[in-house]
Design a protein around this ligand. Structure first.
Ligand SMILES: [Fe+2]
Ligand SMILES: [Fe+2]
Length: 305
């Protein structure tokens, strides 16, 4: 019997790189959502171990391992690459039952998937080697809520299949129906935290793009204007405009709608209004002149990472 590492070594470089990117996304999601990171990585690393087998080899291996083969699988043996990889790990005694299940259903998804299963389906779909318009937005959603990103990605995948005249796997349709039942619960859980996460995303982006002195203020106790302010500065009006654009882009990718923008390419103050979040990008003199931080001195400063 080959070990999973030996099987990995036999994959094409392209497949190995994809699997390593999926493992990296899995690790990040595991840390954010309190899942065992080593198992999450393993799921990413091993999910496509059987992806490069021929149709006949997949069918034969599925039969040997006692993996169920339905009519759809007979027609499209590639559907068996998840179940076969999962059975290999089971046979070798590697990985938890959650990992085996996640790998088994990583292609079709399935109703009742736990967090590991949802994370793997998402990670496979959003790893940065993939290219489609909403990829980054779904990845960002997954950082906040696995269930929500899972649902959005299922919808996206089903739309894609429909657009190409392909029949979706029944498990995928059931998975979507299953998540829609949870929608209300999800909305209730996620929305109250969201403005904070928007603020953190804006602040992180500002820092990455070399914004100066980035401050996040919690406004919830001091005004109804917004939940959070993010304040930062740039050296020149050109940098102010560029910083505002980077932040605007990051929030747009995360699916956060911009309500108003004040200021443009030559402004000393650009304001991005997202309702619950307002971002202020200043030149340093302008920031000192208006001194919002003193004006709103009662607001708590939020630490972000
Ligand atoms: Fe796969
Ligand atoms: Fe994959």
């Amino acid at each position: 019997m080959k070990t999973y590492r030996e099987r990995f070594a036999q994959l094409s470089r392209h497949r190995q790189e994809h699997s390593l990117r999926v493992a990296a996304v899995m690790e990040e999601l595991a840390v954010l959502h309190g899942l065992p990171a080593d198992q999450a990585c393993l799921a990413g690393y091993a999910h496509d171990l059987a992806r490069e087998m021929s149709r006949d080899a997949l069918l034969a291996e599925a039969l040997r391992l006692g993996v169920g083969v339905g009519g759809l699988e007979r027609q499209e043996p590639v559907l068996l690459h998840g179940p076969v990889a999962a059975a290999w790990l089971e046979e070798e005694g590697v990985g938890t039952p959650e990992v085996h299940r996640a790998i088994r259903y990583h292609t079709t998804a399935a109703p009742g998937q736990d967090a590991t299963g949802q994370a793997l389906f998402i990670a496979d779909g959003v790893e940065p080697g993939r290219q489609y318009p909403r990829r980054a937005a779904i990845e960002e959603t997954a950082r906040r809520s696995l269930a929500k990103a899972y649902r959005v990605l299922l919808e996206e995948t089903l739309d894609y299949l429909k657009g190409r005249g392909l029949t979706p796997h029944p498990l995928m349709l059931q998975a979507l129906r299953d998540t829609q039942g949870e929608e209300k619960y999800e909305e209730e859980c996620v929305i109250p935290e969201t403005s904070r996460q928007w603020a953190e995303l804006a602040a992180r982006t500002a820092e990455q793009k070399k914004g100066e002195n980035v401050v996040v203020l919690d406004m919830r106790e001091v005004t109804l204007v917004a939940d959070y302010f993010v304040i930062l500065s740039g050296h020149t009006t050109i940098q102010v405009a560029a910083l505002a654009e980077h932040i605007e882009e990051a929030l747009k990718d995360a699916g956060v709608p911009l309500l108003h923008k004040v200021g443009g390419s030559k402004s000393h103050w650009v304001l991005l209004d997202y309702g619950a979040l307002v971002v202020h990008v200043f030149t340093e003199e302008e920031r000192q002149y208006y001194d919002l931080e003193r004006l709103w001195g009662d607001a708590d400063i939020v630490q972000f990472s």
